[in-house]
Design a protein around this ligand. Structure first.
Ligand SMILES: [Zn+2]
Length: 256
C-alpha cells in the first residue's frame, strides 16, 4: 500500500458529495473511525495486488476466488469489485468493500478522470444505488468521461435516502435510483462513511498491522440472512453483477 493509492482513493471519495444539507458533516464522516460499528456500517476501500493478497480483501474474494487473477490461462479483465452485503428483509446494508486493482490504479496510461469516474460510480453502489436508465447519471452503466459527479436526480435521491438520517420515508425518487427490496430502498443505516487504510509512508509495518486488524473486522459474522452483491468492473467499463444469498449459489447477470 503506497501513499499514492490512498491519495487517489481519497480523491474519489471526497468528490462524491452526496448532496446532504450539511456537507461538512458528510466530509468529516468520510474518514471517521468505527466507534459505533453496530450502527455505522463499515465501508472499506483498498488497493490490492493482482493476487488479492493485501489486507482488507474479504475472504470470499481472496485466494482462488480473486477476480483479478489469471483464470484458465486468460488474464482477468476485472479491475475492481464493489461488494455490498445487505440484510434481507430490512434492506439495510451491513457493510461494503471496494477493491481497486493495483496494476490498474498504478497504470500511468489511464487518466485520473477515468479512474475517478469508475470509483465514484462504485461508491454509488455502496450507497445502495442501482443503475440509472438515462445517460448523464453517474450510475448510468455505460462509462462516460463526462459523468464523474452525481446528477441532480441522484443527489435528490441520496438526500431522500440519507437525510434526515435513517428516518426518510421511501419515496418515488428512491425507487427510481435505489435498489429495492420488499418495497424499501436498500441503504445504509446512516450517512455512509468510508475508511481507507492509513498510510504512514516511513512505517509500512505498522500500516500493514492496522490493515490486518481491519481484515478481522471485515470477517466478522453477520446475524440474519444476508444477500451479497458483487459488482465486477471490467477494464472497458462494463460491469457484471454477481449475487449470492449467503450459503447459496451465485447468480450471475449478463454483462452491461
Ligand atoms: Zn455499476
Amino acid at each position: 500500500m503506497s501513499a499514492v493509492h490512498a491519495a487517489r482513493a481519497g480523491q474519489a471519495l471526497q468528490s462524491w458529495r452526496i448532496g446532504l444539507s450539511a456537507p461538512s458533516r458528510a466530509t468529516s464522516r468520510s474518514f471517521g473511525t468505527w466507534t459505533h460499528m453496530a450502527y455505522e456500517p463499515m465501508n472499506y476501500m483498498t488497493v490490492t495486488d493482482d493476487a488479492c493478497s493485501d489486507p482488507g480483501v474479504p475472504a470470499d474474494l481472496a485466494g482462488p476466488n480473486c477476480p483479478f487473477a489469471i483464470q484458465g490461462g486468460v488474464p482477468s479483465e476485472i479491475i475492481g469489485v464493489c461488494q455490498v452485503r445487505e440484510y434481507r428483509g430490512s434492506a439495510e446494508i451491513a457493510d461494503t468493500t471496494l477493491l481497486v486493482r493495483a496494476s490498474y490504479q498504478d497504470d500511468p496510461g489511464i487518466s485520473a478522470a477515468l479512474k475517478q469516474a469508475i470509483w465514484t460510480h462504485e461508491v454509488g453502489h455502496c450507497l445502495g444505488m442501482q443503475h440509472a436508465s438515462q445517460a448523464g447519471n453517474l450510475m448510468y452503466p455505460y462509462l462516460s468521461l463526462a459523468t464523474t459527479e452525481p446528477s441532480p436526480g441522484e443527489l435528490q435521491a441520496a438526500n431522500a435516502a440519507y437525510f434526515p438520517v435513517a428516518q426518510a420515508p421511501d419515496t418515488a425518487i428512491g425507487a427510481e435510483y435505489y435498489l429495492q427490496e420488499s418495497g424499501a430502498s436498500v441503504r445504509q443505516f446512516q450517512i455512509p462513511s468510508f475508511h481507507t487504510p492509513p498510510v504512514t509512508g516511513s512505517n509500512p509495518a505498522s500500516t500493514r498491522a492496522l490493515a490486518e486488524a481491519h481484515q478481522e473486522l471485515l470477517s466478522r459474522p453477520l446475524n440474519g440472512e444476508v444477500t451479497i452483491i458483487n459488482q465486477m468492473i471490467r477494464r472497458d467499463g462494463r460491469e457484471q453483477t454477481v449475487v449470492r444469498i449467503e450459503g447459496g449459489p451465485f447468480e450471475q447477470s449478463p454483462l452491461l
